[in-house]
Design a protein around this ligand. Structure first.
Ligand code: FAD
Length: 464
């Protein structure tokens, strides 16, 4: 029986464990925080649970044009509020329940789970430090899936009270009166969107010309417009150098000398891989200059028998990619059929309001890389269902290869775009053509009707 040892129980680790157990291996998972990892306990799951509340707030606040009114006669936008303590308690309980669900599932498959901190002491040996001391384990195959941690701003620690990273937000007793979000990548934008909807005043500090610089430019600009209309202040071309406490709040110092005051500051300036102090240098596992473990498309590291998956590899910091890298590692290590990781098929979503969902060519492709590709952009404003629902902002964008009409990717900006992107993902994964997409039945009226309509327009663009 092949012995597999997995360092880290996030999606990269526990999904790999499930595959390895299914293939008949003896599996050990070591995690210091709990199964599900940072993804379930502090990052993805908590943030999306918080967003469920902020989405409900937005729907309610925007319902006046649909004829919804309060019996008191007040405006929904002004009257609705949240009890942050209740929201945060729900977030934490849900995250814990999800972690326990995963632990039960992994346990049912016969995987041994140890709560502790692991480090490699050889290509086939690890030591685990637990509350009771240290214990050594042997392994034929090792998977490193130790994830990443929030990056500090200007080298300073957050205080968990007024200066926070995204993992500390759920201990806030009250809604911040004025939240300054430093960092306008996906994480910063999602929290800025959420807290604005929850009722905080929000200032978003962006070091670039626009928010979410790695997302589709039209989508990012639309979001900027929505944010601004809803009252968010966006400070652009402003690199934060540090943040200090004041008597009753915080002051963010920009490197051009300007300052931004607020009651609280959320530092969302990216993450650093958890790859130090786990013995990688001792066993010769190569890392890049930023500390990420170097892997190939079947998750192999530079050392035979040692694989790596997830955020510690820096490939694409997504739970879905971590899980797929972990599964691929096990399929490969245990001799099962395996296809190398294909990033052009990855679908990703920004959970702002509206959401931005992207797949294939749309994902992180620069304008230059899209040269020669046929493209159509259809505003949702012309969609009957969008009109009925009062959806004013959003679009569908579709890309195809000239000549063959093969769908290469797309972008959907809409409420619940994460649910709408699937037909485009299916088309990209299976190399469907725009005509095949165009001839597919959709529900009338539906937002997904705009996807097949975009495909029909691409057919026309292609043949003109
Ligand atoms: C705020 C936020 C929101 C996000 N939202 C989404 C989203 O909506 N969708 C999406 O796809 N992705 C999202 N992500 C990204 C997603 O959370 C990560 O890509 C995912 O967590 C990566 O999984 P992982 O298994 O690599 O690592 P992790 O989930 O970080 O798990 C790694 C685990 O390893 C443990 N560990 C580390 N070192 C050791 C050691 N030496 N010994 C034992 N255990 C160790 C850690 O404690 C942790 O429990 C979000 C990220 C953030 C920060």
């Amino acid at each position: 029986m092949t012995r597999i040892a997995i360092l880290g129980g996030g999606p990269g680790g526990y999904e790999a464990a499930l595959v390895a157990a299914q293939l008949g291996a003896e599996v050990l998972v070591v995690d210091r925080d709990g199964l599900g990892g940072a993804c379930v306990l502090t990052d993805c799951v908590p943030s999306k649970t918080l967003l469920a509340t902020s989405d409900a707030m937005t729907s309610f606040a925007c319902s006046a044009p649909l004829g919804v009114r309060l019996r008191s006669g007040g405006s929904a936008e002004k009257e609705v509020t949240v009890t942050l303590g209740t929201v945060n308690a729900r977030v934490k309980a849900l995250a814990l329940a999800q972690s326990l669900d995963i632990a039960r599932r992994v346990g049912r498959e016969g995987v041994e789970v140890v709560r502790g901190t692991a480090r490699l002491v050889g290509a086939n040996r690890l030591v685990v430090r637990t509350e009771d001391g240290e214990e050594g384990y042997g392994a034929d195959v090792v998977l490193i899936a130790t994830g990443a941690s929030p990056r500090l701003l200007g080298g300073s620690e957050t205080d968990g009270d007024r200066i926070l990273n995204w993992q500390q937000l759920y201990d806030l007793p009250e809604l911040p009166e004025h939240l300054v979000v430093v960092g306008s990548g996906v994480t910063g934008a999602e929290f800025a969107s959420a807290y604005l909807a929850l009722g905080s005043r929000v200032t978003l500090v962006s070091s670039r010309d626009r928010v979410m610089p790695s997302e589709d430019a039209d989508a990012a600009l639309l979001l900027e417009d929505v944010f601004t209309r809803r009252g968010m202040q966006i400070v652009k071309r402003a690199r934060a150098a540090g943040v200090d406490r004041t008597a009753d709040g915080v002051v963010v110092k920009l490197d051009d000398g300007r300052t931004v005051d607020g009651s609280h500051c959320l530092v969302a300036v990216g993450s650093v891989p958890n790859t130090s102090g786990i013995g990688l240098e001792d066993v010769g596992v190569a890392r890049d200059e930023r500390g990420y473990v170097r892997v190939d498309r079947v998750s192999r590291t530079s050392v035979p028998g040692i694989y790596a998956a997830g955020d510690c590899t820096g490939v694409l910091l997504l739970a879905s990619v971590a899980a797929m890298q972990g599964r691929i590692a096990m399929w490969h290590a245990l001799g099962d059929a395996v296809e190398p990781l294909k990033l052009s098929n990855v679908a990703a979503n920004v959970f702002t309001d509206p959401e931005i969902a992207t797949v294939g060519l749309g994902l992180a492709a620069s304008e230059g890389e899209r040269g020669g590709v046929q493209e159509v952009k259809l505003p949702l404003a012309t969609n009957a269902r969008a009109k009925m629902q009062g959806v004013l902002d959003g679009f569908v964008k579709l890309y195809c290869r000239p000549g063959s009409g093969t769908v290469l990717g797309g972008v959907v900006v809409a409420p619940r775009a994460s649910e709408l992107i699937l037909p485009v993902s299916l088309a990209v994964q299976n190399a469907l053509t725009v005509d095949q997409l165009a001839h597919t039945f959709t529900i009338y009226p539906s937002l997904s009707g705009s996807i097949t309509e975009a495909a029909r327009q691409l057919h026309l663009a292609e043949s003109s």
